[in-house]
Write a new protein. Structure first.
Lengths: 427, 427
């Protein structure tokens, strides 16, 4: 049996896909034309309700699990049966774009719907998932939904709350979840055949090149160090150079040292995007500067080495300038390799569609990096116009949106047609 | 005739001086132990009223001019008679210290009072002035009172207002001034014999050395450039190094280049104390950075050259990193040389008191730099403990406070005893 139903090659309904994406972009729309739709917000609930309604009108099953994830399938979800999961997230950052996350969810639903409409007979469920709160814009528990689904959340240190201390439990309940029933949302790893996520690249690489499809080989790990440099606030006019302990001068040296780390090839990318200066007055030397140093690499050991190097350099800059220094690790997520077998199916799907593809890593984090902890996982990228994301200008050409969804459908069919499918898809 | 009255050498009343300073520090006292007493605030009016009351109890004359300056003399102020002016200001920055300004005013009043008590017969009035709004903390017209008194305010571009747009006129009226009568507050230069200001150093030099008295040779000029670096906000994880336009990286290079300017001796001091980053997120490269570059030098031409160098360096850094750049001059005050004759009288006064003194420049701005535009001017410094100022910890040892006031009295007597006093005190 090949997973092929009636009426020739199955194909996605491009008009439906684009319409749903456009309609979804109304929920959380900002004055600047962006989307503010944090996980567990009113706009987030509206977006969930819209897609659930779309699925039910198409005679698909939709349900919300205890974590607030929305699941779409041909029938009621049964976590004891083998399933291939396709997904992404519907939540956004503040004033973000219309495609980050939403594109992958709407495409996953489209694949489930096409398989149902074409009555393609499968011995494995295909479930589309909108993971809750990937971005963590309101409730800071980023990757919340995929962490719960993968059974990787661990025990909570206390009741989760948002940045202002409002508890998650009631917001989760409004979204249809249940903080006390999280274990019911866990997928037992043996029943998960794999996880596929389609996403915009969020960077400039595909947009600058001839390829329309990116095949992700790894999601880079990330470490964020908060570095506090403590100097002495003093009058900018009356304090001689040799009597200064200028925290901003130290910060400037560390910003440049961080860039050098990547420029010298010791870390894939290394950046400082956040710098807070106290008292931040033209007339007063800075008594305190706080930097967030963001490091990314696909190799865990290199990432750790880069963290150590930043700590060392912060220490030597501080010693040289007479500053105090304190480094704290704020974030550490491990690099996640994508499954080689799934990558071959994505490549085969793109090739069959005549789409040029390139292998690339993902510098941004995705639910896929969580799911890779329990199942063979793959990611498909499409170009981001101008390389921009998390801003109102975030966009992708319609042809590329359709191409990506077709590659997702094709890769799904190839995966399910794979002779060793009963044993998962590891090569 | 020598300016000497009955009862031996005149001397300041140290207990009275310190008591008035302590009592004055109650007006605008903050929870942190500092003083928030901006010009034309409620606390400022209380401070004025306190000193006016002190003067009148001592049978001195006190009045407020149209600019809100408080004047103290032996009799009603007559701007057509020759006068030696002694002064400073009573207003503070937000959460500033108890001595910056107040020390000079209380000491000037003390000198006027001692001369009156000792019936020292002078052919020149000695007037103590508390100049209004030197700091510009609430109403941004810094040096307001001395600019008006010196006749250097020029025509106002519009009705003066505070940072939130509230007009100065009613606040000035509450303080006893009159915006429509500013010309009445101008001192005709021919009648002003000189100006003397006693002040804490606000820097670490005297505190670190053996000398207790600083004789100021020049008040450095100041230029503040606002430099905007415009990059492109982009994802810190997905944007390759060669596709970045990182405004914070440019800012870091300019902070270091500014320091180098002073380290190489091209400018007395050069500092960046203010840096604002947008969007200021760990995950996003900065699309915009604004720096305030603060330059100080006692030589106007060198100061201008330093400004040009900062503009050039901002331009070349921006070009190298693919950034846009815009530089605007926010502040420019010219260096002011102190009068050589007055400096000799200060030195003579310190020597007669057995106080070691050193010549030094002032890196901070003072009303003296305005008054130097119309009359021979001198400044006396005393040590700031730890070199700190504009903070609650600002302090000076009582012995140093008394020594400074004695030098002010002595320099005043020497000035008025000077044979060429009828022709001013230029050497």
């Amino acid at each position: 049996m090949t997973p092929m139903g009636s009426g020739g090659e199955p194909d996605i309904d491009g008009e439906r896909l684009l319409r749903r994406l456009r309609e979804l972009s109304a929920f959380g729309r900002t004055a600047e034309g962006g989307i503010t739709r944090p996980g567990f917000s009113e706009a987030g609930r509206q977006a969930d309700a819209f897609l659930i309604d779309q699925a039910r009108r198409a005679n698909l099953h939709a349900e919300v699990d205890a974590a607030g994830n929305v699941l779409f399938g041909r029938a009621a979800i049964d976590r004891t049966r083998p399933a291939l999961l396709l997904g992404s997230h519907l939540d956004t950052v503040v004033n973000g774009g219309w495609l980050d996350g939403a594109y992958g969810v709407v495409s996953a639903l489209e694949v489930v719907q096409v398989l149902a409409e074409r009555h393609i007979d499968l011995d494995c469920d295909v479930v589309a998932i909108a993971f809750a709160n990937e971005e963590g814009a309101l409730f800071p528990q980023a990757f919340w939904g995929s962490m719960v689904a993968a059974g990787l959340l661990g025990s909570l240190p206390g009741p989760p709350a948002d940045h202002e201390g409002r508890p998650l439990a009631p917001a989760l309940a409004l979204a249809g979840g249940d903080l006390d029933a999280l274990p019911s949302a866990v997928w037992p790893p043996p029943s998960v055949r794999g996880y596929l996520e389609l996403h915009i690249e969020q960077g400039p690489i595909l947009d600058a090149g001839p390829e329309r499809i990116g095949i992700v080989d790894a999601i880079t790990g990330r470490a964020v160090l908060a570095v506090d440099l403590i100097g002495e606030a003093a009058h900018a006019g009356t304090t001689p150079l040799n009597a200064r302990a200028d925290a901003l001068l130290g910060a400037a040296h560390l910003v440049i040292a961080t860039r050098e780390l990547a420029a010298q090839g010791l870390c894939h990318v290394a950046s400082v995007g956040h710098l807070q200066v106290e008292p931040n007055s033209a007339n007063t030397l800075a008594g305190h500067a706080r930097l967030l140093v963001d490091l990314r690499d696909a190799d865990a050991a290199r990432l750790t080495k880069a963290e150590d190097t930043v700590r060392d350099q912060a220490g030597s800059i501080a010693a040289r300038l007479g500053l105090g220094v304190r480094c704290r690790r704020m974030v550490r997520s491990e690099p996640a390799a994508m499954d080689a077998g799934i990558r071959r199916h994505i490549a085969g799907s793109a090739a069959a569609l005549g789409l040029a593809a390139r292998v690339m890593s993902s510098g941004a984090g995705h639910d896929a990096q969580i799911m890779a902890g329990i199942t063979p996982t793959g990611m498909i990228f499409v170009p981001s116009i101008g390389g921009v994301s998390h801003v109102p200008q975030e966009d992708t050409a319609p042809a590329d949106l359709l191409a990506g969804a077709r590659v997702l459908l094709g890769a799904t069919l190839r995966l399910l047609a794979c002779p060793d499918r009963r044993n998962g898809y590891r090569p």
